[in-house]
Design a protein. Structure first.
Length: 95
């Protein structure tokens, strides 16, 4: 197995804060997560799910958050299949 460190940065280029976000990364073979930082990682068969720590769960406009992990697999990965899920925070005006 080959080991590699993966550092990922999520940047909010929108005009609204993003909260309750997580990322799912597609993988296609057996992997082992050795360690990770800035959140929790779940290795669930054909995908890895990253959920940020409490202090990183909100990304303000123009800001970014980073996380990473060390993973062992058959080859060094270049992740191309991923899903970002989050919620925009919109302030409602008084009517």
């Amino acid at each position: 197995m080959v080991g590699a460190q993966y550092d990922i940065t999520v940047t909010n280029n929108s005009m609204q804060a993003i909260s309750d976000w997580y990322i799912q990364i597609g993988i296609h073979d057996r992997t082992k997560i050795d360690s990770y930082w800035s959140g929790e990682i779940f290795n669930e068969g054909i995908e890895i799910t990253f959920i940020p720590s409490v202090d990183s769960e909100k990304i303000l406009p123009g800001d970014d958050e980073s996380f990473g992990f060390i993973m062992y697999s058959g080859v060094v990965r270049r992740f191309q299949e991923f899903t970002f899920t989050g919620s925009y925070e919109i302030e409602l005006e008084e009517l």
